[in-house]
Structure formats: C-alpha cells, structure tokens
Ligand binder design. Structure first.
Ligand code: FES
Ligand code: FES
Length: 270
C-alpha cells in the first residue's frame, strides 16, 4: 500500500488513478501494478540518490533484488548528509549562545544588545501586571496562560474569527495576532475588565443575558468586546450599522441575530 502512495516518476498517485497511468489496466493483476510501482519508485529514488537504506531493504525483501546501500555516483549518502547538517547547525547555535548569551537574559539589569527586555509591566483592565514575556509571544497567550484571563478565547489563532478580541486603547484587536511587547504603555481591556467593582455587568453583557444571545458561548467574549467598542464610538447605531460593526466576529452556532438583538438592546438601555 505504501508503494501505491509513492511515485511513478515524481508524481504521487493513488490506486484509483491507475487507469490514467495504465490505459489498459485489465492486463495487470493488482500485484503486478504494485510491483511496477515499487520498481518505478526504486528506480526513481536510486536515480536521485534519495532512498534511505532501511526503505530499500523493506521494498526489496522477498523480491530477489539486492538492496542498493549507497548511491553509486556519490559516496555521501542522504542520511550522512542530513546528519552533518544537523551537527553543523548544533555547533553554530551553541556558538551563538556562548557569544551572545540568552536573548533578553543578561546578567545585569540591561538586556543584551539586539534582544528584547522580557520582564515587562502591562496595563490590563486598569491594573499593572508584571509578566515575563517571550519576544514572539502573542497577547492572547500572555492573557490566557500567564495572567489567567481565560475569558479571552483562542480559536483560529490567525486573525480570522474574532474570538480573541480585546480592546487596546478602546480599539478592537485580535489578541492572537498582536505581539505582547507591542502593547507596553497601552491600556488593554479584556472581558473580565467590563464588570463594575460592585459586580454590575456592562450593559452589553447584561443585554446578552436578557436576549439569550449566546448558544454554546465560545464566541461570546469576542462578540461582547466588539459590541462594547461599537457602542463607545456610536451609542445609537442602526441595526445595519451593528451588523457591519460586528462583522469580524464569527459564530459557529450561527447566533448572529441574537447578538444583533443584544447590542440593539444595550444601545437602548445605556
Ligand atoms: S483566535 Fe484570534 S482571530 Fe481567531
Ligand atoms: S455561540 Fe457558539 S460559536 Fe457563537
């Protein structure tokens, strides 16, 4: 079966495509077809010198053929070549470590040249939160896994669904696509920051409950944050404006009309 997925020439084919390659398949038994593919693959792999020894032995077992253990044209086998590349890379990266130290982790208070300070203080929901942040860390990861603010959801993790929406200086952002280091000195608001200290919910949150907005609820925090930002900018929107303003928030359950009703209710009462 493995052979059927491999190549004739360099094109991968499936058993269902045999008729394309062999116009009169009736003259072949299935084992003949597979043997032809095996032989074709062996020839091709030998030609380009890419076959690993164990694969050759697996394919030639019981066929009477002698496995080819090395590319006759080149004494450097593919396996030896890969090993040498890995070894070279390991030496290079170790050398870099010895010369520059761990990125952002210099012995004294100043970060190493070219690195990013990892210990930062973020303004989250009106509080200063010190946190250790990797140079390539996204805000969604920091919020959820370092600060325990799991109201912000991660779904697509590529800026397509809006589940991770937070406010940065009152503007909606996909936190899965925002580097945490880029929000230093800015105000970040998550769904946990909407409630009043006495427990009173934000009008958008309350309206979601009153209108039975969510179904499974997974997309709801993102929908709430987009609704809050929308009403900040436009306190009396039309239904069409709400529809447009919430367009970046996808709902797998399809509860769009319920969310629209919720935002319209929040606009009326606030
Ligand atoms: S998880 Fe961020 S946009 Fe989907
Ligand atoms: S309520 Fe389920 S994904 Fe929106």
């Amino acid at each position: 079966m493995i052979a059927a997925w491999r190549c004739a020439g360099n094109k991968r084919i499936l058993p269902s495509e045999f008729t394309t390659f062999y116009p009169n398949p009736g003259v072949f038994t299935e084992s003949t077809q597979f043997r032809m593919l095996d032989e074709s693959r062996l020839a091709y792999d030998r030609e380009i010198g890419l076959m690993a020894n164990d694969t050759q032995q697996e394919l030639t077992a019981g066929t009477g053929q002698q496995p080819v253990f090395e590319d006759a044209r080149d004494p450097v086998t593919r396996r030896a070549f890969i090993k040498s590349v890995i070894a070279t890379g390991a030496v290079a990266s170790t050398g870099g470590l010895m010369l520059t130290g761990l990125s952002g982790c210099s012995d004294d208070a100043t970060p190493a040249a070219g690195s990013v300070e990892r210990l930062v203080t973020l303004n989250i929901n009106g509080k200063s939160r010190p946190v250790d942040v990797l140079p390539n860390e996204t805000l969604a990861m920091t919020l959820r896994y370092k600060l325990g603010l799991t109201g912000t959801k991660l779904a697509c993790d590529r800026g397509e669904c809006g589940a991770c929406t937070v406010l940065i200086d009152d503007v909606t952002h996909n936190s899965c696509s925002t580097l945490t280091h880029s929000v230093r000195g800015r105000e970040v608001t998550t769904v946990e920051g909407l409630e009043q200290p006495d427990g009173t919910l934000h009008p958008v949150q309350q309206a979601m409950i009153d209108e039975l907005g969510p179904q499974c609820g997974f997309c709801t925090p993102g929908q709430v944050m987009s609704g809050v930002a929308l009403l900040k900018n436009n306190p009396s929107p039309t239904r069409e404006e709400v529809r447009e303003g919430m367009a970046g928030n996808l709902c797998r359950c399809g509860a769009y009309d319920h969310y629209l009703n919720s935002i319209m209710r929040a606009a009326r009462v606030s």
